[in-house]
Design a protein around this ligand. Structure first.
Ligand code: M6R
Length: 607
């Protein structure tokens, strides 16, 4: 939520910052801005609206200079307006700052600063930081920042420049992610790695409560007391192929289409012969065998993956498993005993609610397993052990390939636990592995039918409400289908457990509400058919996801999307794919910005 970039070197800062912001716009896109030191003066250009508005402003009014900071915003304090866009400056325009995070004590600080005659221009929490730096400045840039951060409560990643120090910039991290890139005669700051693709491969991850003072040729690191520290340089291997849209119109479609390859590569990485490999897992089997209870906590789509995780873990390893929404888990003072493992699932690894849940568990001396797509993220680094879901960078705000990678990773981890706990026979494990190996080809068959789903979208895109129904392994699929649709098309949609539907929500049914029913072959197929008939007899308009060859389902449905057959427990991996495509095409036909839906950001780093 909010993307930060910084540049110092010999190239025009404006163009480097715009490239970086373009790569980070998934983190927020309601306004954007840059501050560049041009001939000794800080020049700020910023605007409400998407990055292209800033781009236009800079084309008309370019800024020279080779040091600058930039920001793409997802509003928290103060609406998405030009005045609230970052960067913010102090009363005398001697400092400029960009910020990702939230300053919790900003109201008190602002009141005091106003009493001390500081003049505020915006409604943001961020602006207090730059006025504090102004107040604390004694000729030493670093010291003024050290003093300022000691006065702030909350989470913040900051990049700061100053007219007093036109040859250096300062980066600060507490809570919100920030990295420093090392170049040759140039250096960079960024919220996330994609901003640095093609610029450098050498990076430093700032840890919590660390500061970097960056010049063209040097990077020095300090802790929050101002003491110098050493940090290890890391090499990143991300290529622009992974962060570009290739031939696709949107990242979301590209990421949906990548799913067969991602599942295939997870299988390649995690299965060797009949063995499931979690050899880099930082837990030994003596610990794993003693786990008596698992609590999964996550948000949004990752929570839906967690709901499936419960089926897998309880089914394969017979370990009692609960699934909590992170923002609830964190505040309900959960009862957790010593043999409990907390699992934090997060694509980004930076979701504030899930981080808070992780810290809640650790404060009770409970071990945490992170399941992440970003091994450099806060969750990956603070967890006691991590499973890398290996989906590659996901840029579309609507999570697709990361969901499938989370589900496949949970499936394999649960089989692994089932083996360790002696809850599964080797022949059962082999059967599940063999079925999983067929999944990539089956996903491919579904994505290859995307034109058929596009035609379906044509018939339904102008509806105002949608309902998604599923049972057993596929009620999380119904939840996920509904979330995908509402977040990118702004159509009201809700997922229900189909058996629960008759206990109230069925009152919603009339001929205008499409009801998407997941009714692939499996143990509860007949129950699901009964639920569909309940809806049909009340004039519901029914779209069914069914198993290829199921002709009888056509009697109860207005439309059928067929998916290949698989075992019941793996069906959610296939069934979600047509729902992703349906949402994508419906949103497209409604003219929505699929990759950057309104009001959202890819990574929600505020509570
Ligand atoms: O990065 P995380 O997996 O922790 O993100 C959690 C949710 O914010 C995320 O899944 C969100 O619901 C997506 N926009 C869903 O498509």
């Amino acid at each position: 939520m909010c993307g930060i970039v910084g540049y110092i070197g010999d190239k025009p800062a404006e163009s480097v910052l715009l490239v970086g912001l373009e790569r980070l716009k998934y983190r927020g896109y309601d306004s954007a801005g840059v501050a560049i030191i041009d001939d000794g003066d800080i020049i700020i250009r910023k605007s409400a609206g998407k990055l292209r508005v800033l781009d236009e402003i800079l084309k008309e009014n370019p800024v020279n200079g080779t040091i600058g900071i930039g920001h793409t915003r997802w509003a928290t304090h103060g609406g998405p307006s030009t005045v609230n866009a970052h960067p913010h400056n102090d009363c005398k325009n001697k400092f400029a700052i960009v910020h990702n995070g939230i300053i919790e004590n900003y109201a008190l600080l602002k009141e005091r600063l106003i009493q001390n005659s500081h003049i505020f221009k915006s409604e943001t929490d961020t602006e207090v930081i730059v006025h504090l730096i102004e107040e604390n400045y004694n000729g030493n840039f670093l010291e003024s920042v050290v003093k300022t951060v000691s006065q702030l409560d909350g989470s913040f990643a900051l990049a700061i420049i100053s007219e007093y120090h036109p040859s250096s910039m300062v980066a600060v991290r507490k809570g919100s992610p920030l990295i420093v890139g090392k170049g040759d005669g140039e250096n960079f700051i960024a919220s996330d790695i994609p901003a640095l693709v093609n610029l450098t491969k050498r990076i430093y991850y700032l840890d919590d409560k660390e500061i970097a003072v960056i010049t063209r040729d040097d990077i020095q690191f300090y802790d929050f007391s101002g003491k110098e520290i050493k940090k290890e340089e890391k090499n990143i291997s991300i290529t622009d192929k992974l962060v570009d849209k290739s031939e696709y119109e949107h990242y979301m479609l590209k990421e949906i289409m990548e799913q067969p390859d991602i599942v295939a590569s997870i299988i390649r990485e995690r299965i060797s012969g009949e063995e499931i490999l979690f050899n880099k897992l930082n837990f030994d089997n003596n610990y794993l065998v003693k786990i008596g209870r698992i609590i999964i906590q996550a948000a949004g789509t990752s929570w839906h993956a967690g709901l499936l995780g419960k089926f897998f873990i309880e089914g394969f390893a017979r370990i009692h498993t609960e699934v909590d929404i992170s923002s609830e888990f964190r505040y309900r003072n959960p009862v957790i005993e010593g043999d409990t493992l907390v699992v934090a699932i997060s694509q980004s690894g930076e979701t504030a609610d899930t981080i808070a849940g992780l810290r809640e568990a650790k404060s009770k001396f409970i071990k945490v397993l992170g399941i992440c797509n970003n091994m450099a993220s806060t969750i990956a680094r603070e967890s006691d052990a991590v499973i890398d879901i290996m989906a590659g960078p996901e840029i579309g705000v609507a999570s697709t390939k990361a969901y499938i990678a989370q589900v496949v990773s949970l499936f394999l981890f649960s089989l692994y636990m089932g083996k360790i706990k002696w809850a599964l026979q080797p022949e059962d494990i082999n059967m599940y592995i063999n079925e999983l190996k067929k999944i990539p080809e089956k996903i491919k068959e579904i994505v290859d039918k995307k034109d058929e789903i596009e035609r379906l979208a044509e018939q339904y895109y102008n509806r105002n409400n949608f309902i998604f129904l599923g049972r057993s392994y596929n009620y999380p699929t119904a939840f996920e289908g509904a979330l995908k649709l509402k977040e990118i098309s702004y159509i009201h949609s809700t997922g229900y457990q189909a058996g629960e539907f008759k206990h109230g929500p069925i009152a919603l049914i009339d001929e205008n509400v499409p009801v998407v029913c997941i009714a692939t072959q499996g143990e509860i197929y007949n129950k699901m058919v009964s639920n569909i008939q309940e809806v049909k007899s009340r004039d519901g308009n029914i779209i069914v996801i069914a198993t290829e060859g199921d002709k009888q389902i056509q009697k109860f449905s207005d439309k059928v999307i067929y998916v290949p057959n698989t075992i019941d427990i793996l069906s959610p991996i296939l069934n979600v794919v047509p729902l992703q495509l349906l949402s994508y095409y419906i949103a497209l036909k409604r003219g929505c910005d699929v990759d950057q839906p309104r009001n959202l950001a890819k990574s929600v780093t505020v509570e």
